[in-house]
Design a protein around this ligand. Structure first.
Ligand SMILES: [Zn+2]
Length: 299
């Protein structure tokens, strides 16, 4: 081989060696790079896993809080329920106390029975009396009635007048003493038998209660015995209960003579119930009547 051929060969060999070294280096660098990337990847994976764990924990925490909130809400709802229950208990207890108070204050005589059989204490006096308007009374302008009954009497007589009737009150409240005098004066005028027919003995009279009226009309004047022949009497039979008035001694009652003019206020509820049952005040047990005491003056 010639000298220059050897040089060329050596050159080629050298180039080949250089290329080999270069590619080896390249491979090495590539390997190194891969290593770094895969390390980064691993780290990223670890981070992601950490994050996932954290998220899971947070979710659990959120669930715990949610549960807590739910139970707090339930608690609030329950205590609200307890509170409203307690309030309604307090309310009904207050109502009961008020009812008891009313019953204690209520006049027990106002719904008691008085006739030949049942007596009223001579010392009894109504709580408060009011004068009956003069256009309603038949002669004596000083007729008085319980001030609690007056509004009911006025609505009733107003309704009568608007039906073309002319009711007049000839007698209302009468004291124990007055009742005695009246009986005597009637006995003088009409004789004892007639007086007994329409004036109760002292202490028997419902008039002492202040809740009772004797009704006549403009046309019959003071002739009470004629009242059952008037349209006013018919109207009273059909409508008086709506205003709380009842006929104390109806025809054929066993307690007193028939008194078509004599009407007693017992309250709308009792009067209406008696009317609907077709029974009378005096034929109803006192125990049943007493249950109406609380509502006697209710509209
Ligand atoms: Zn009377």
């Amino acid at each position: 081989m010639k000298q220059h051929q050897i040089h060329i060969l050596l050159g080629i060999l050298g180039l080949c060696a250089l290329a080999l070294v270069a590619s080896l280096y390249g491979f090495y660098r590539g390997q190194q790079k891969n290593k770094v990337v895969s390390t980064q990847l691993q780290q990223a994976q670890v981070q992601i896993e950490d994050l996932a764990r954290t998220l899971e924990n947070k979710n659990e925490e959120i669930e715990v809080h949610k549960e807590l909130l739910r139970s707090v809400r339930q608690e609030v709802t329950n205590s609200n329920y307890d509170l409203s229950q307690m309030l309604s208990l307090i309310e009904s207890a207050t109502q009961t106390v008020e009812d008891i108070k009313k019953l204690e204050e209520a006049d027990t005589e106002l719904l008691a029975k008085y006739s030949k059989v049942f007596f009223l204490n001579e010392y009894y006096e109504p709580a408060q009396l009011a004068y009956i308007p003069s256009d309603l009374v038949s002669s004596d302008n000083n007729q008085q009635i319980s001030s609690e009954v007056l509004p009911f009497l006025l609505s009733m007589t107003t309704a009568m007048k608007s039906s073309g009737l002319q009711p007049r009150i000839i007698s209302a409240f009468r004291s124990f003493g007055y009742q005695g005098n009246l009986k005597q004066s009637y006995a003088v005028t009409y004789g004892t038998i007639a007086a007994n027919q329409f004036v109760a003995d002292q202490g028997y009279s419902e008039h002492q209660l202040g809740t009772t009226i004797d009704m006549v009309t403009a046309s019959i004047g003071s002739d009470m015995l004629a009242f059952d022949t008037t349209p006013e009497y018919m109207w009273m039979l059909q409508n008086a209960y709506k205003y709380g008035f009842i006929l104390s001694y109806p025809e054929n009652n066993e307690y007193y003579e028939f008194e078509p003019w004599h009407w007693r206020f017992v309250g709308k509820k009792l009067a209406t119930d008696l009317y609907n049952k077709g029974t009378t005040f005096y034929n109803t047990p006192q125990r049943d009547i007493d249950t109406y005491r609380l509502t006697m003056f209710e509209e």
